[in-house]
Write a protein that binds this ligand. Structure first.
Ligand code: IPM
Ligand code: MG
Length: 367
């Protein structure tokens, strides 16, 4: 059988720096666990624009369709702020999501014990926090038509369309219920059924799908209340299912509960390929962080945990994913901290590559 494949798209800003550490970990799995992954690399975002004048070359798109998984670093940066909308770095990312049909975006927000003090919330509200946001990723206002800026009565009008078919709501809901079945069997669906017809449909369809998952306790919440509840009492949630735009906002909010955006991975999953595994792209939730790029300050943990999700969901290596997650937990418990994880007590932060060293040492110790 051939080795599993991975296409690395490191992208912009801190993307390449954090990805360098993940490449060392991939090498470690080949050397120490006999788990060989065929890695190829390509450009996305501003890096692709600089080389090809487009944030995602057609050849790269085609390669992404063929591999078992894509691991993306980050896209964007101030250098590209004035580019035309159609070639902005973010368009590359959105094209990958859309054309790979990655409809289920899993965004876990877990608070590591060692970091509970770093949350902007009181420690007791976040210690032990473990929630999963399932964000619909290929539809809604991000992609709905009509869209654009046009002139009406001598005035500019900006238009975007929130549009969901029942099939789109349903397949995401099934992914969310499946996740809930593997966890604490609680699902909260969030929309704005009080003001949006798409929200009314959302609530109806999720309720219909619930009939197939009677063991799961389903609740519904307006998304604004959901945002409030996330900062008031986040531990009331297990799995949250929500649309593309609300999911974008709520997942940033949930991420910050855990203390640092530098910690959170994500997986975007699509329909099963011929080998039965879902089409998949993995990426850290953090962005390109231009303010710290090239200074060795970036935290490689979110990208590393994204690779752990690839081990679990794309390569059927759940035990090895757990090994990597445990190694990171140990490193944090030992007090190893990148600059973003420096608490009020101070201390000396380690560099990006020193964090990589520490994770590799913990992996060695796990053997
Ligand atoms: C995210 C990001 C993206 C989004 C941007 C970079 C297009 O904020 O993945 O959450 O809005 O989906
Ligand atoms: Mg976002």
């Amino acid at each position: 059988m051939s080795n599993p494949s991975l296409l690395i798209l490191a992208g912009d800003g801190i993307g390449p720096e954090v990805m360098d550490q993940v490449k060392r970990i991939i090498t470690w799995y080949g050397d120490k666990r006999d788990l060989h992954i065929d890695v190829s690399e390509d450009l996305v975002g501003g890096a692709a624009y600089d080389a090809h004048g487009t944030p995602l070359h057609d050849d790269t798109m085609a390669r992404a369709q063929e591999v078992d998984a894509v691991l993306l670093g980050a896209v964007g940066g101030p250098k590209y702020d004035d580019l035309d909308f159609s070639v902005k770095p973010e368009r590359g990312l959105l094209r990958l999501r859309k054309e790979m049909d990655l409809f289920a975006n899993l965004r876990p927000a877990q608070c590591f014990d060692a970091l509970a003090d770093f949350s902007s919330l009181k420690k007791e509200l976040v210690a032990g926090l473990d929630i999963l946001i399932v964000r619909e990723l290929t539809s809604g206002v991000y992609f709905g038509e009509p869209r654009g800026i046009h002139i009406e009565d001598n005035m500019r009008v900006g238009v975007n369309t929130q549009r969901y078919t029942e099939a789109e709501i349903e397949r995401g809901a099934r992914a969310a219920f499946e996740m809930a079945m593997k966890r604490d069997k609680k699902l909260c669906s969030m929309e704005k059924a009080n003001v949006m017809e798409s929200g009314i449909l959302w609530r109806d369809v999720v309720t219909e799908v619930h009939a197939d998952y009677p063991e799961v306790e389903l609740s519904h919440m307006y998304a604004d209340n959901g945002a409030m509840q996330l900062v008031r009492a986040p531990k009331q949630f297990d799995v949250i299912y929500t649309d593309n735009l609300f999911g974008d906002i709520l997942s940033d909010c949930a991420a910050m509960l855990t203390g640092s955006l530098g910690m959170l991975p994500s997986a975007s999953l699509g329909v099963p390929m011929a080998n039965g595994r879902p089409k998949a792209m993995y990426e850290p939730v953090h962005g390109s962080a231009p303010d710290i790029t090239g200074q060795g300050k970036a935290n490689p943990i979110a990208c590393t945990l994204s690779f752990a999700m690839a081990l679990r969901y794309s390569y059927d290596q759940g035990d090895e994913a757990t090994r990597l997650e445990d190694a990171i937990e140990k490193v944090l418990a030992d007090g190893v901290r990148t600059a973003d994880l420096m608490g009020p007590d101070g201390g000396t932060p380690v560099s990006t590559s020193e964090m990589g060293d520490a994770i590799l040492a913990a992996l060695d110790a796990s053997l």
